[in-house]
Design a protein around this ligand. Structure first.
Ligand code: AMP
Ligand code: ZN
Length: 113
């Protein structure tokens, strides 16, 4: 499968890793939208939020359970941050492997563009 995030998991594309365990990987976004911008992905290929099921939702829960640790590694746990997942065309999703953006290091605007 031609998925750039699966290639990052396999080490075929380099990444600046922040956190890794048997189920997920966090790395720095190549095009940061905030001073601190991590991308967190499950090591299992799930295309988007539309593909979450009762069977694989534990992976998503696992990722959220690791968010505070990743935020601490980025130094934004006290200042605050945002976790966001883009889904589909209107949601602005450009990579078809579900991922969670963790953004911080500046005051983030709302509503998003
Ligand atoms: P989205 O647009 O929500 O699908 O997010 C995809 C994100 O992946 C974007 O923020 C990209 O900058 C990021 N991205 C794409 N390729 C890489 C890469 N090789 N390493 C790190 N981040 C990447
Ligand atoms: Zn993938």
């Amino acid at each position: 499968m031609d998925c750039i995030f699966c290639k990052i998991i396999k080490g075929e594309i380099p990444s600046q890793k922040i956190y890794e365990d048997e189920l997920c990987l966090a790395f720095f976004d190549i095009d940061p939208q905030a001073p601190k911008h991590a991308v967190i992905i499950p090591k299992t290929h799930i295309a988007s939020l539309e593909d979450i099921t009762a069977e694989n939702s534990g992976l998503i829960a696992h990722i959220y359970a690791k968010v505070p640790e990743i935020a601490k590694k980025l130094g934004v746990n006290e200042s605050g941050y945002r976790v966001v997942t883009n889904c589909g065309t209107d949601g602005g999703q450009t990579v078809g492997h579900i991922h969670f953006h963790l953004l911080g290091g500046r005051l983030l605007g709302w509503p998003p563009g």
